[in-house]
Design a protein around this ligand. Structure first.
Ligand code: COA
Length: 312
């Protein structure tokens, strides 16, 4: 599929889905508890998000209740919680057909941070329209940020040999002692799982990385074209992964493991069970787990061989 066909398909999908979405939105607005910006801010503070924090947020809008003002309200609340001294980062990945591999195979693909949207949900989509955001130049793993370190977080993404290299947004998030935050999501979207695969290379227990590196084109903010290397992950492992619909066992295992290790802080934001974790501590723990035989691809037998005590 060409990039043009992809854009047309997405536009058609958006139009076709709109009536159903409007209906569901009406149902949420009449059945779910109403949540305001002030309530979200105070819940975020109680969760442990403070002024000056650097946070990377994964979100599910509908899990919060009926948010007055929708996705924009959540973004404003997140910005207010970290204040002008803090930084809000949101993944705004853009992948043709939803995978790195398909994106690499797309003829004449050129990522354009001004034009290309994201399939990461309503809040990331709204963030792309938010005035003053910085968006990183990356053909598959572009992130957006606002606040004190927004420029620093996003500016060097295209220079890395992988999406998670030194000076990538995740590397800088960890160096700034940043937090991962989940609003109504499980721990499945944590991108540090993938960072581990790229960083560990041959030490990673499964050959999840493909052997060919593709050079994908991106349009920079000044209009010039840059080429960014992308080595896709092998599609055949997707069905085993923590983010696959059938792997609730892995999602529950990692959630309990992060809680057991004292990393995961959990509390409601609006109606949504939400959490935060130190990005650096999470990454360090993933390295330890990998060395104990547990990854986001572990089979149920492998999970049984390293049980988590029942009290957790
Ligand atoms: C996939 C995912 C986005 C789905 O969450 P979701 O809440 O169903 O979807 P969105 O956040 O896009 O919000 C849209 C929903 O909010 C509803 N909604 C619209 N306005 C609303 C409002 N004011 N208040 C509450 N909900 C509202 C919409 O109707 C829609 O629900 P529907 O699909 O049932 O019609 C979420 O589970 C997830 O995984 N998020 C993380 C993604 C990510 O960052 N990944 C990055 C790394 S891998």
């Amino acid at each position: 599929m060409s990039q043009f066909q992809y854009r047309i398909r997405r536009t058609i999908k958006t139009i076709v889905r709109r009536p159903g979405q409007m209906l569901r939105q009406r149902v949420i607005s009449t059945t779910a508890p109403r949540i305001t910006r002030a309530e979200i801010v105070s819940d975020l503070k109680r969760l442990g998000i403070h002024e000056g924090d650097t946070i990377l947020v994964y979100s599910s809008l509908k899990s919060l209740g009926y948010v007055e003002g929708g996705a924009q309200t959540v973004i404003r609340a997140l910005i207010e919680a970290v204040s002008s001294n803090g930084t809000l980062i949101i993944p705004t990945f853009h992948m043709i057909g939803g995978t790195m591999y398909r994106t690499c195979l797309t003829p004449n693909y050129v990522f354009d941070p001004k034009k290309d949207g994201t399939s990461m949900g309503a809040i990331p989509q709204a963030f792309l329209k938010f005035p003053g955001i910085c968006r990183s130049i990356h053909p598959t793993h572009s992130v957006s940020a606002i606040g004190k370190y927004a420029g620093h977080i996003t500016e060097a993404h295209h220079l890395g040999a992988t999406p998670f290299d030194i000076d990538s947004p995740w590397d800088r998030l960890m160096k700034l002692d940043g937090k991962l935050v989940g609003l109504g999501t499980s721990v499945h979207p944590i991108t540090l799982y993938i960072m581990l695969e790229y960083r560990m290379g041959d030490e990673f227990p499964l050959p999840v990385m493909m052997s060919t590196t593709h050079l994908l084109k991106c349009r920079s903010w000044d209009g010039t074209i840059v080429e960014v290397p992308v080595t896709p992950r092998a599609p055949e492992y997707m069905a085993r992964r923590i983010d696959h619909g059938d792997r609730e066992d892995l999602r529950r295992y990692f959630w309990r493991e992060f809680e057991r290790a004292g990393l995961l802080k959990v509390r409601k934001v609006g109606e949504a069970t939400s959490w935060w974790m130190s990005a650096q501590q999470c990454y360090d723990h993933l390295v330890r787990l990998m060395r104990e035989g547990i990854t986001i691809y572990s089979t149920s037998d492998e999970l049984k061989r390293r049980p988590i005590p029942e009290s957790f």
